[in-house]
Design a protein around this ligand. Structure first.
Ligand code: MN3
Length: 219
């Protein structure tokens, strides 16, 4: 299943070892595509500077170590075995790559098996949003809130810093279906300290087609 996730994010595990350097993928839409919910300046800084630095730091942190030729998924699955610089930058690279793809211009809605699972688990789509937002608002400091598949069921969890549910260190391990960045850099320019307002608005720009695709792949 991890292979599917890995490929689905555009990484190619078949690259020969000498070209295994981790690559910063381009944003799959324009920097202003999420306006007015996520502003252009935030998207530029977040994608180019924050995510770009994570990829650079990851390549530096693994250089000359036994992690140098490991896939990103392999590093995450053994996160406890690596120093903080590797764990943080690998997590950041995975989390942000998945985040960009799970966002997109407003207008999509959950459908099919994903919608059925949301109704079965949370009652309504709004209840899912409310529960994820409550988890994100109560999350202290920087981190991510997640919708994961665990033992065949949807579950909400959160992780600190750049950790994620694929890491062997995660309190709740599962397949990430949707991750929302709750670091201040994700919202501070437009929303200042109003994390709740950011969380209310981000649901307008969730790419439900991508989220449903991940759910189907995880089944
Ligand atoms: Mn971020």
């Amino acid at each position: 299943m991890c292979q599917i996730i890995y490929r689905s994010l555009g990484f190619n595990e078949n690259q020969p070892p000498q070209t295994m350097a981790h690559v910063h993928p381009p944003l799959p839409y324009a920097y202003d595509a999420l306006e007015p919910y996520i502003d252009t300046q935030t998207m530029q800084l977040h994608h180019i500077k924050h995510h770009g630095a994570a990829v650079d730091n990851l390549n530096k942190a693994v250089a000359g170590t036994d992690a140098e030729h490991k896939t990103l998924e392999s590093i995450l699955a053994s996160a406890s075995a690596y120093p903080a610089a590797v764990r943080n930058s690998a997590g950041s690279h995975y989390n942000h790559s998945a985040f960009w793809q799970a966002l997109g211009p407003a207008g999509t809605q959950p459908t099919g098996a994903l919608l059925a699972a949301i109704i079965a688990t949370f009652g309504t789509q709004d209840a899912l949003k409310e529960q994820m937002n409550a988890r994100a608002i109560s999350h202290f400091g920087s981190g991510w809130v997640w919708l994961v598949m665990k033992d065949g069921k949807l579950e909400i969890t959160s992780t600190v810093n750049q950790d994620n549910p694929l890491m062997d260190t995660a309190e709740v391990q599962g397949i990430p279906i949707l991750g929302i960045d709750v670091w201040e850099h994700a919202y501070y320019i437009r929303y200042n300290n109003h994390r709740a307002a950011y969380l209310t608005n981000i649901w307008h720009v969730i790419n439900w087609e991508e989220v449903a695709r991940r759910y189907d792949a995880a089944l």
